[in-house]
Design a protein around this ligand. Sequence first.
Ligand code: AFD
Ligand code: MN
Ligand code: MN
Length: 399
Amino acid sequence: MTSKQLRRAREALDSFAIETPSWGFADTGTRFGKFFQDAAAIDLNDKLADAGHVNALTGCCPTVAVHVLWDFKPGQDPKAVARLARKHGVKIGAINPNLFQDQCYKWGSFSHNDPAVRQHALQHCFDSIAIGKAVGSEYVSMWFADGTNYPGQGDLRARKHWFEECLKALHQKLGPKQTLLIEYKPFEPAFYATDIADWGMAYLHAKKAGKRAKVLVDTGHHYVAQNIEQIVAFLLDEDMLGGFHFNDRRYADDDLTLGSIDPYQIFRIFHEIHAFSAERRRAPKIAYMIDQCHNEKPKIEATIQTVVMAQELYAKAALVDLDALRRAQAKNNVVDAELTLKKAFFTDISPALLAWRKANKLPADPLAAHRDSGYERAAASDRRRRRKALGIKSGGSFA
Ligand code: AFD
Ligand code: MN
Ligand code: MN
């Protein structure tokens, strides 16, 4: 690395933070079954402890996204949760309402044809906004499972109008520092028409909801051939890119770990953001968040691997020589234009990462430091004991 590259990479590392998901530390599964891990978090205290441990080792993930129904017990004091997070060295990040598990949502939430259900869903979101205000969170992150499975099942335009009404009502409840993130997903669990199926629908709903509504891009929520960085460039240019849920996938919303299948795609997404920031001389406010569930990888190891990969790709993308790129584009020199990206992508930025970690008093190898720390072993034995006492299934081959 040249000294100029070293400086740019370290500046990028200084400015980069990514949010871990509370649900990434707990046992998760697929629709075919759940495989338990002894060291998986049991409750919110475990999740925040694990998130704090990952942040202490990596220095780049100081906030934790929470799922209201999965993390907040009914009547729990949100300020106590904020204090618990601080105790573990992290802060509560995005608030995720849950509009997809209650039985009343069988026919949808904001798109339900019964106004009482729509009102029930809205009230849950109002409560989630209040939790966000109480814990000092900036983001309310909305994902909807709403959709239909058969042609003719629902009135597609009526559902659009119900969504518009609810999102507008929700936006009006936001505090002055809160942003509403509207996430899209082409299918699953709906397999005929998902109500917010693509970036265009999310964009339209955000625009109509109000000024503090933006689009959330989940990298797993696209058709295999879709060009995600082009969507990101459009949303950036319209000042409508609110944030990301990063993960990776081979086929659909597989929730594999970021960069495990196609790191070059994440690099190209970050390149669009760096190019936008350089040309507009301002870094857009974007919530970088992880949304994964690692059924097979140990939860904490997978999260360390993920945040380090995100850091590396973000720093690599900062090395693209934008002047050389624009010169090559101006001359339609396709090979040189492509090479400016490839050169940055294949630059070994470990010298910058090591220097950054040293300057921030962080371990040179966060994964090795975690493995040497005994944290996983201690968590497994404590949580195995607690699971037994709670009568919850544990890991192991014949459990
Ligand atoms: C599922 C959904 C969506 C949502 C996440 C957390 O596909 O990505 O953001 O759960 O609620 O992955
Ligand atoms: Mn998501
Ligand atoms: Mn998803």
